[in-house]
Ligand binder design. Structure first.
Ligand code: AMP
Length: 288
């Protein structure tokens, strides 16, 4: 079976018309917002959308307003031709690739400012990051008007921020969160993994191993969150060139710290290895 290339659209009017045409065919719309440099993690969302909806729209847009002044916006990987080839194999109907001028017209002055769940963790390390994320996601949702939008658990806090925004602002969309896709050695797939030298790439598996350590400790009955965190930190601290932004055990709904792991608990971490900042997380499920 040959793959059908998606329709590549960069203008808003054309996007609206193409989505309306799909609607006229009676199709439901699944939407996957991305920043491109696609990998299996992104494609798992696209496949999930394709399985649940009549047509899939993917956006590829490196949104400048979610990057801080000293972050990697200008060197963020861009690989449109490869991305389109990958999406053709997943049954994508439309790929939306707007320019900055299309998404932020001169005089743009309205922002979505997410509260509470946006404040800890990434919110502490990357001020205004979630303001940029929430604003661009709301704009894209307003343009595509999908039935469902798909996000990865890899960016757990982002998915909470989006869920809360959609609920608080009455956005008529179902938010679906899909599992993190990992490399065979456990490293969470990320467009930023392309930055890693082979040596740093090898060391980066320590993030996953520290999450596995937490899971094993919980499985063997340890409940004290501070002790689990300190074991995770000790493991990551053995990595040459690593700097921890945070390692936390928190309530997965509120992101508030927990003292004991008595209910499903989010273990989340952000670590810089040399010049690359990596995040990962998993849910710890105490038994018994
Ligand atoms: P990004 O292109 O990094 O903005 O990511 C676009 C979407 O893909 C977000 O919802 C991410 O959470 C999701 N995503 C990124 N990496 C993964 C992964 N390894 N597994 C599952 N989803 C992912």
């Amino acid at each position: 079976m040959g793959s059908i290339p998606p329709k590549l659209i960069s203008k808003i009017a054309e996007l609206r018309e193409a989505v309306a045409a799909l609607r006229r065919q009676g199709k439901t719309i699944g939407f996957v917002p991305t920043m491109g440099a696609l990998h299996e993690g992104h494609l798992s969302l696209v496949r999930q959308a394709a399985g649940e909806c009549g047509a899939t729209v993917v956006s590829i847009y490196v949104n400048p307003t979610q990057f801080g002044p000293n972050e990697d916006f200008s060197k963020y990987p861009r690989a449109l031709d490869d991305d389109l080839a990958l999406l053709a194999g997943c049954g994508t109907a439309i790929v939306f690739t707007p320019t900055d001028a299309t998404m932020y017209r001169p005089g743009h002055a309205t922002w979505v400012v997410p509260g509470d769940v946006a404040e800890p963790l990434e919110g502490q390390c990357r001020p205004d990051h979630f303001r940029g994320v929430a604003t661009i996601v709301l704009k894209l949702l307003n343009l595509v008007q999908p039935d469902a939008a798909y996000f990865g658990q890899k960016d757990f806090q982002q998915s909470l921020v989006i869920r809360r925004m959609a609920a608080d602002l009455n956005v008529p969309v179902e938010i679906r969160v899909c599992p993190t896709v990992r490399e065979p050695d456990g490293l969470a797939m990320s467009s930023r993994n392309r930055y890693l030298s082979p040596d740093v790439r090898r060391r980066a598996t320590m993030l996953w191993r520290s999450l596995e350590l937490a899971r094993h400790r919980v499985d063997s009955g340890l409940r004290d969150a501070a002790e689990i965190v300190s074991r995770m930190r000790a493991m990551i601290d053995t990595l040459p060139g690593a700097r921890i932004d945070y390692v936390v055990l928190v309530d997965p709904d509120t992101l508030r710290p927990v003292e004991r792991v008595e209910r499903p608990t989010l273990a989340a971490l952000a670590v810089r290895i040399e010049n690359t900042r990596l995040i990962d997380n998993c849910i710890l499920e105490p038994r018994g």
